[in-house]
Design a protein around this ligand. Structure first.
Ligand SMILES: *Cc1c(COP(=O)(O)O)cnc(C)c1O
Length: 377
């Protein structure tokens, strides 16, 4: 590695098994959406996350779109969404004609604050205006407080959908996220902990839901020799070639999680004692994969703003990013309601994501640490 080579935030980490599976797809001419790799990837994924059923799809966003539609979300509905997230957690809500209501984060997990959720739903219950669903995000590799969210959603009849796009490999009381709610979604975009270049998975313990999802994902074709449609669907299935990549990636998930956690420990050992620097906490309920290692910088104590450090890293060809800009601050959601919001705003203002690839070398990590320390002084 040459000294100035670009260090990415979360680049793909591809092995030999992926190549073999893709070769197999070519050799057997299964170059199509659907095929043996798709079936096997779904099965192996279910095993890995302990879900009953899964549908492999073209993206995590497609999976969430189907999840919301199958939850009955439509025009005029309201859907609660974590405000501290990527836009794809919320865009399918609007695309279905519904309105998002954003909910603030809590400090000790950076995920949706169950107390704010419960308070808000109690008020809405009295008004007889309950939202239809909740999209709860598991941020940066850490689960939200699922026991609390499941209980609150059950109490008010709100459908819980887990956006686990960033949290494959995480645990909540020993279990994978994804099937605590009615269904869960995962992403295999190029920057996620495993990738198929682009892809996603919808999981659920409800077999009928997954069968419905598979039908909607293939243009909602009725069972008939001719092409017949009684409702409209989408072209959302995963390619058999990409499912081959996914199978190889999934087989090395545990090593990837170990590697991303190792990144975190190394960063923490080098930077945690600096005044005003705090790493994203690991909540007591489970394992944080540290898909991305994130920290906050308190300008008062550190004497330096997050942006100064980030820009210094970028100048050294190191990709670092601010924490997600909350959805309630996005121009496109200017009209949306937000329950609280100060915590997410503060994390956005002070938060920084460091290069966290599972294939980050010790040398590269050292370069990141040195760049950080230099900018900090
Ligand atoms: C990546 C991501 C998605 C979308 O997944 P795609 O596969 O890119 O469509 C959704 N939600 C969150 C929180 C994400 O990080």
């Amino acid at each position: 590695m040459t000294e100035g080579q670009r260090i990415y935030l979360s680049p793909p980490d591809i092995g030999e098994a992926e190549r073999q599976y893709v070769q197999e797809a070519f050799d057997t001419n299964w170059i199509a959406p659907l095929g043996p790799h798709v079936d096997a990837f779904e099965e192996e994924f279910c095993q890995k996350v302990g879900a009953g059923y899964a549908a492999a799809l073209s993206s995590g966003t497609a999976a969430l779109h189907l999840a919301l539609r199958l939850a009955g979300v439509g025009a005029g509905d309201e859907v609660l969404v974590s405000t501290l997230t990527f836009v794809a957690s919320a865009s399918p809500v609007v695309q279905l004609g519904a309105a998002p209501i954003f909910v603030d984060a809590e400090r000790h997990s950076w995920n949706l604050d169950p107390q704010r959720l419960a308070d808000f739903l109690a008020i809405r219950d009295r008004q007889g205006r309950l939202p239809r669903a909740l999209v709860a995000v598991h941020l940066y590799g850490q689960c939200a407080d699922l026991d609390a969210l499941v209980e609150i959603c059950e109490r008010y009849g709100v459908v819980l959908i887990e956006d686990a796009a960033e949290a494959l490999g995480a645990t909540y009381r020993g279990r994978s996220p994804g099937s605590f709610g009615k269904c869960g979604i995962f992403s295999f975009n190029g920057n996620k902990i495993i990738t198929t270049s682009g892809g996603g998975m919808l999981v659920s313990d409800d077999e009928e839901l997954i069968q419905r999802a598979r039908k909607l994902a293939t243009q909602a074709r009725d069972p008939a020799p001719h092409y017949q449609h009684s409702e409209l669907g989408y072209n959302y299935r995963m390619s058999n070639v990409l499912a081959g990549i996914g199978r190889g990636q999934l087989a090395s998930l545990d090593e990837k999680v170990e590697a991303t956690r190792r990144n975190f420990f190394a960063y923490r050992d080098a930077l945690a004692d600096l005044p005003g620097v705090e790493f994203m906490p690991e909540a007591t309920w489970g394992r944080h994969t540290r898909w991305l290692t994130c920290l906050t910088i308190d300008e008062q104590k550190a004497g330096v703003h997050r942006e100064t450090i980030r820009e210094a890293m970028v100048a050294k060809n190191i990709e670092a990013r601010p924490v997600w800009k909350p959805m309630h601050l996005q121009p496109v959601f200017a009209d949306a309601l937000c329950v609280g919001g100060e915590v997410a705003e503060d994390l956005f203002e002070r938060g920084l994501c460091l290069p966290s690839g599972s294939n980050l070398t010790d040398e590269q990590r050292q370069r990141v640490i040195e760049a950080f320390l230099e900018a900090f002084r």
